[in-house]
Ligand binder design. Sequence first.
Ligand SMILES: N[C@@H](CCC(=O)N[C@@H](CS)C(=O)NCC(=O)O)C(=O)O
Length: 317
Amino acid sequence: MLVNGKWTEDWQPVQAKDEKGGFVRQISSFRNWVTPDGNAGPTGESGFAAEAGRYHLYVAYICPWASRTLIGRKLKGLEEVISVSIVEPALTKQGWRFGDYPGATVDEVNGATFMHEIYTKADPDFTGRATVPVLWDKKRATIVNNESSDILRMLNSGFGDLACGEIDLYPAPRRSDIDTFNERIYPSLNNGVYRTGFATTQIAYEEAFAEVFACLDWIEPQLEGRNFLFADHPTEADIRLFVTLVRFDVAYHGLFKCNLRRLSDYANLKAFCRRMLDWPGIAETVNFDHIKRGYYSIESLNPTRIVPAGPALAEIF
Ligand SMILES: N[C@@H](CCC(=O)N[C@@H](CS)C(=O)NCC(=O)O)C(=O)O
């Protein structure tokens, strides 16, 4: 991670934990918003007006948080408006790296080799982990925002007429349902699988494990007879659910020891994932090779870094 702008330590040993050995995720630190007129959003400062070609997304295919933003960019038809760089799947001693691994890209905007260079470009004294996703402003040469839930929401409404208006990811009549759903699944499922996988005590592991499966059991009947959670098309809630479910059997079940059941044992959740994958644009954001290789290269959980041979996406969904 970076300390006062200097890359100081290996990524692996420095996952933060609480007094019970539970995994603690870093709070995102850049919280500005792109808005149609450049006025300030709910947090941060003003001056980030929607413009084609001005903003750039830094993502990893392995990462569920970054994948939220890749899906949002597709569903809102913003591919020509916002450019993208994709890091290689395996974290290096210096964090995420750009390069020529199949499916990854170089950084054509800043010419960086490592993601941490993007953070120090924005703030030469930055302290923290150099996480993805990052929304970068080419004009002001700074990070607009590095919190995926903010970025997903600004992709929906911050780009005004530049975005496709056909799909509203946060429809007004269902906002409180979507918020309630998001708040329920973030700690217990989206971050719950990480709390399970990175627990350093038995008790922290078992608590997180129980929450993961209680949450899946709670969602399964909600999808009975429904294509999507709150509309006849995917909303934020579906995106935030999908990015965790699609990684479940291939990464979380094995590596993170979330193994009470497989995702594919849940008929409605599995069918939901298939529908999401069939929605135009979504399957292109799912790179199973990156997901597998990325998770299984986490040395603290898999010292041999052997990547399991199975299962393939088509075998699960
Ligand atoms: N709050 C962030 C979390 C992002 C995050 O934790 N990304 C992980 C990848 S899945 C990362 O970049 N980790 C690198 C590190 O921790 O050094 C968000 O939702 O945008």
